[in-house]
Design a protein around this ligand. Structure first.
Ligand code: NAP
Length: 284
C-alpha cells in the first residue's frame, strides 16, 4: 500500500475507506470488514456519522491487528463542557481502540469564534497520546490562517471536496497546503463520473482510459483515471463502496500506469471549465 508522508513524520496509506455518505448514520460493520478483507488499511470515520461503534466492530470482525490499520475520526460540534480530548475519549470507546491515527476538526463553522481554542484542544489530545496526528476538514485558507496564528502543531491534513470541477477554486487552499506541507485529502473525488455525468470531462476521461488500457493491456475504469490523477497530485483519497469488486478496483489504481504530464494538465484545464460543487460549501 503506497503511503503519504505527513508533516509530523508519520505516514498514512494513500487511500481510505469512508463510513460517511452512503453509510452515514448506518451500520458500517459489514462494509468495513469487506473493505479490510479486500486490502483497505485506512478507515475514515467521524463522530457525526454516528457509526463509530460499527466501524470498530467491522475492524474486529476483519481479524486484522490494530497495528496494521490506520483509523481516522473527526470532531463534531462540541457540547458545553466538552473538549476535543473528552470527545475523542468517547470515540475511542465506541471504536474499541486506544488511539486513532488521525483526528480532524470536521467543520470549522461548527466552532465559530472558537477555532483557535479548539485547535489548542486538538493539540492537547495529541499530547495525551490519544491520536498520532491532528488535522482539519472543510477548512478554507482563511480558517487555516486563523489556527496557524496559535498552532504549535501544524495541521497534518485538510480533508476537502476535491475533484477536477473544484480543483481551480481550491487554489488558495493548495498554496497554503504546499507552504506548510499539509496533505490535501479528497472526498467526493469520483463526483465527475458519479454525481456530475454529462460534464466536459466525460470525453477526456474516456480518451485517457482507452490510452491506459492499451498501455496496460487490461481494463481500466473511469474511476481509476480520476483516482490516479488524485494519487499523482499527492492527494489522500477518501472513497467508499458497497461492492467488493469496486473496492478491489479502487485498490488496483496503484497498478494502473501513470498519467502523462499532458494528461494531468488536460484533466485540470478541462475541469476548470465547469465549477461544480456537490457537497456543502465550507463557509468562511
Ligand atoms: N469531511 C467531510 O466533510 C466529508 C464529506 C463527504 C464524505 N466524506 C468521506 O468521504 C467518504 C467517501 O465519500 P464519497 O461518496 O464522496 O466518495 P467518492 O469516491 O466520490 O464516491 C464513492 C461512491 O461512488 C460510487 N461509485 C464509484 N464508482 C462508480 C461508478 N463507476 N458508477 C456509479 N457509482 C460509482 C460508489 O458506489 P458503489 O457502492 O456502487 O460502489 C460510492 O458510493 C465518505 O464515506 C466519508 O468518509 C467526508
Amino acid at each position: 500500500m503506497p503511503t503519504l508522508l505527513l508533516n509530523d513524520g508519520t505516514r498514512t496509506p494513500w487511500i481510505a475507506f469512508g463510513t460517511g455518505t452512503a453509510l452515514y448514520k448506518k451500520d458500517a460493520a459489514d462494509a468495513v470488514t469487506v473493505a479490510i478483507q479486500n486490502g483497505f488499511t485506512h478507515l475514515d470515520g467521524a463522530q457525526v456519522y454516528e457509526n463509530e461503534n460499527s466501524l470498530g466492530a467491522g475492524v474486529v470482525a476483519s481479524g486484522k491487528p490494530r497495528s496494521e490499520l490506520y483509523i481516522t475520526t473527526k470532531l463534531a460540534a462540541l457540547e458545553p463542557g466538552e473538549t476535543p480530548t473528552s470527545a475523542l475519549k468517547i470515540s475511542l470507546e465506541k471504536l474499541g481502540v486506544d488511539y486513532v491515527d488521525l483526528y480532524l476538526i470536521h467543520q470549522a463553522n461548527q466552532h465559530v469564534g472558537k477555532l483557535k481554542e479548539v485547535w489548542k484542544g486538538m493539540e492537547a489530545a495529541k499530547a495525551a497520546g490519544l491520536t498520532k496526528s491532528i488535522g482539519v476538514s472543510n477548512f478554507t485558507a482563511d480558517h487555516l490562517k486563523d489556527i496557524l496564528e496559535v498552532a504549535t502543531v501544524v495541521p497534518a491534513v485538510n480533508q476537502v471536496e476535491a475533484h477536477p470541477y473544484v480543483w481551480k477554486s481550491l487554489g488558495p487552499n493548495l498554496a497554503l497546503h504546499e507552504k506548510y506541507k499539509i496533505v490535501t485529502s479528497s472526498y467526493g473525488g469520483l463526483s465527475p463520473i458519479v454525481r456530475g455525468k454529462g460534464g466536459p470531462l466525460d470525453t477526456v476521461i474516456k480518451e485517457i482510459r482507452i490510452r491506459l488500457e492499451k498501455t496496460r493491456g487490461s481494463p481500466v475504469s473511469d474511476g481509476q483515471v480520476l483516482n490516479k490523477w488524485l494519487q499523482q497530485k499527492d492527494v489522500l483519497v477518501v472513497t467508499t463502496s458497497s461492492k467488493a469488486e469496486r473496492i478491489r478496483e479502487y485498490l488496483d489504481t496503484e497498478n494502473v500506469p501513470e498519467l502523462t504530464p499532458e494528461e494531468v494538465t488536460l484533466i485540470e484545464t478541462t475541469g476548470a471549465k465547469l465549477h461544480k460543487r456537490y457537497f456543502v460549501r465550507p463557509s468562511a
